[in-house]
Design a protein around this ligand. Structure first.
Ligand code: GDP
Ligand code: MG
Length: 291
């Protein structure tokens, strides 16, 4: 029996979540028994007959331009240190730039590194080999993998590679167990995903979602969640004309939450303004961010 923790790091949009979902298979399998905070790691747990791999999806590492950035950086680096294997995910279709350099300079790991070139469907062999050469120079002892997380190409081999680099160990988690806390976390992620999907960049990046409560009321499951935004103007945008946007966000979110929980729910979704919350250490601390 092999088991262990695997962190996935990489810039936003390189396909980390897509890979986790592809490996784990369905949203319901994603539980986060240890997660202390909102934008902290999501753990997807892969199980088969002779292994358990606990995947940790870290927030994208980026330059710490404000308090949120710094908090995320600390979480990310802490996550990597606790792992047996670290997957550094790279978009194979993009050339190496300053952001990549910043990330590579800041990675601190003492575990096996696997550099995963994703989105190979968007590029060609020549271009991949240029990017690959750069990473081979930077991380000579790393393992290299080429995948297309979107259609699954190379993913099975990647899982084998990971298993080969894990030690003998126990099953850390009973996968059927989804705690209340994990559920709230998953719900927040679902709503946040809808904000990203439906709204222009500035608004969702200045927003956070807090699932306050899940209650049984008169035979119905009611989920209470708040969308916290930075400005009054953003509140207006999230609500939309005649409440159209918040209704859309609510409907899409409810459908995914129902799929996750496996039953009908009522989603009570509200929008609140906390000015400049991203730079407010006290607000972030109350929300569960660790500094
Ligand atoms: P994350 O921010 O790193 O978690 O990235 P996501 O998993 O959210 O993916 C970002 C975008 O890249 C999404 O639109 C995905 O559908 C897309 N994507 C992920 N993997 C692939 C891939 O292998 N090929 C292509 N063409 N697109 C991909
Ligand atoms: Mg993601």
């Amino acid at each position: 029996m092999k088991s262990g923790f695997v962190s996935i790091i990489g810039k936003p949009n390189v396909g980390k979540s897509t890979l986790i979902n592809r490996i784990i298979g369905s949203k319901i399998s994603i539980v986060s028994p240890k997660s202390q905070t909102t934008r902290n790691s999501i753990e997807g747990i892969y199980n088969d007959d002779d292994s358990q791999i606990v995947f940790i999806d870290t927030p994208g590492i980026h330059k710490p331009f404000n308090e949120l950035g710094k908090a995320l950086d600390k979480i990310s680096y802490g996550t990597i240190r606790d792992c047996e294997v670290c997957l550094l995910m790279v978009d194979a279709g993009h050339s190496y730039n300053d952001d990549d350099a910043f990330l590579c300079e800041h990675i601190q790991f003492d575990c096996k590194l696997v550099v995963v070139f994703n989105k190979i469907d968007t590029t060609n062999i020549e271009l991949i080999s240029i990017v690959k050469k750069k990473y081979e120079e930077l991380f000579p002892s790393a393992i290299f993998a080429e995948i297309c997380a979107k259609d699954g190409f190379g993913v099975e081999d990647l899982v084998k590679t990971i298993k080969n680099n894990l030690d003998e160990g126990p099953r850390y988690f009973d996968v059927t167990q989804v705690t209340d806390r994990d559920l709230k976390f998953r719900i927040q992620e679902i709503v946040r995903e809808k904000l990203l999907l439906l709204l222009k960049e500035e608004v969702p990046h200045g927003a956070m979602v807090m699932c306050e409560d899940i209650r049984q009321e008169g035979g119905k499951t009611v989920v209470y969640a708040n969308i916290i935004v930075e400005k009054d103007g953003h509140k207006g945008i999230v609500i939309g004309k005649g409440g159209k946007m918040i209704k859309k966000i609510g409907t899409y979110s409810r459908q995914d939450i129902e799929q996750l929980i496996g039953k009908h729910i009522i989603l009570d979704l509200n929008v609140k303004v906390v000015e400049n919350w991203r730079n407010s250490s006290s607000f972030l601390a109350r929300s569960g961010y660790k500094f």
